[in-house]
Write a protein that binds this ligand. Sequence first.
Ligand SMILES: Cc1cc2nc3c(=O)[nH]c(=O)nc-3n(C[C@H](O)[C@H](O)[C@H](O)COP(=O)(O)O)c2cc1C
Ligand code: SF4
Length: 477
Amino acid sequence: MASFFAEPRADPDRPRVCHGTACGLAGATPEPGERGAYCLGYCDRGPASLDAAGCARGPDQRELDPQPAIRALGPALVTARVAAGDCSGLEAARAAGVWQTLEQAVMRPARDVLDAMIASGERGRGGAGFPTGRKWQACASAAGPKVVVANGDEGDPGSFVDRVLMELDSHAVLEGLALCAFAVGAEEGMVYVRGEYPRAAERMERAVNEARRAGWLGEALEGSGFRFDVQVRRGRGSYVCGEETALLNALEGRRGEVRLRPPYPTESGLDGLPTVVNNVETLVNVPWIVGRGAEAYAALGTHASSGTKALCLARGFARPGIMEVPFGTSLRQVVEGHGGGGRDGRAIRALCLGGPMGSVALPGNWDVPVCYAAMREHGLELGHGGIVPVLEGDDPRALLHHWLGFFADESCGKCAPCGLGSRRALAMLEAGAARRDLEALLEVIAAASLCAFGQRLPATVQELLVGFGDEIFGGPA
Ligand SMILES: Cc1cc2nc3c(=O)[nH]c(=O)nc-3n(C[C@H](O)[C@H](O)[C@H](O)COP(=O)(O)O)c2cc1C
Ligand code: SF4
């Protein structure tokens, strides 16, 4: 355990300096004696750092407001409350209607909630885009006690919407998780918050305590037999712990390594019990869907991806922040229209979409709609929806070094192709190896790795090489 996680080995008195994709492109590198972090969730305003007291600071060392600029193109299902301000306390949450949907839902059969989620077509926002209702159905059908888990690990450099939701709309995350528990028949829930988000963990802990005192958690809800309680657990510095089976290992007190699948968590998850793991943003959609109906939700977005997506626009845009758009909106509309193009009028050369397991989208691909299916048809992955622009004047070689450094640092080491290959790839770049040799190694890693980290990250690097390889290596392979 101690040798696996980064935090037990780090000096807690040292500040953490973000050198994630957005802050790194802005020139941030940790000085000797400082702790590096691949993302602190302030990609819109970095370079950011986190002091020993857990306070996030901007480039001028001033404390950063947790709330970024938040805009919506059409209905705001996920961001309406956080756009209006801090809704993390119970009173503000109740005034905004949080817990109302659960109150009404528990008076009807649990099957109604499950059916609404299936009919809504909502897809999980954690990256894979798996249909939420189908996942819940698989867990509900399994025998024995069940567990539900909110995945607040948000490790993709470039994404910060889960941080904002956990810090400013904490009760909505809990209500979504409680509706999930009701639908699948679970009495136990967990919220896993990454170690780099101490304020999100505090806010979630406070919300759990408030919800217990108000009777939403802990005791059976009045007039219904539904009883549910939640624990908040903090991560200890591991990107791969966002992968659901690694996350379950971490919750069980083991090394955060990926498990072989099958069995899937819905059959055998936390402590062997059928478990649903859902992303934070996925869960915040749930009260809206159950409260307003699956039909209203499915009417938004595309046939393949219903609803909206809260995209995170990094500091390289003229108008950074969170932009909630209906699925189907084109990438170009998002980045050139609503994002305002590049910062300080600089041209955008490419978009790093969805972090290390996402895609590098060149301008020829920006007319593709934001939609899991349409993007996959064009070889693009949306991931968790973070968008970091590569601007004119940015150094693509530094970006390549960043991705390979991330790969080597964050691989969980369970399988050799990724565990050893990632370090070898970084060493090759640093030693000035030929592009074709690096590409050959990446191909083997992608083909032979166990989980999406080792399978996808080489593809992201390859896409970067398609766009910028000549510039990085001084000519074609
Ligand atoms: C290496 C790796 C890291 C991941 N990190 C996260 C993460 O930080 N947050 C998240 O919600 N999902 C993450 N996922 C996806 C989860 O495994 C899982 O699919 C997701 O939590 C399921 O929730 P959803 O159906 O609501 O998307 C990651 C997957 C991989 C392979
Ligand atoms: S591909 Fe990488 S992250 Fe995934 S199991 Fe293998 S070593 Fe771990």
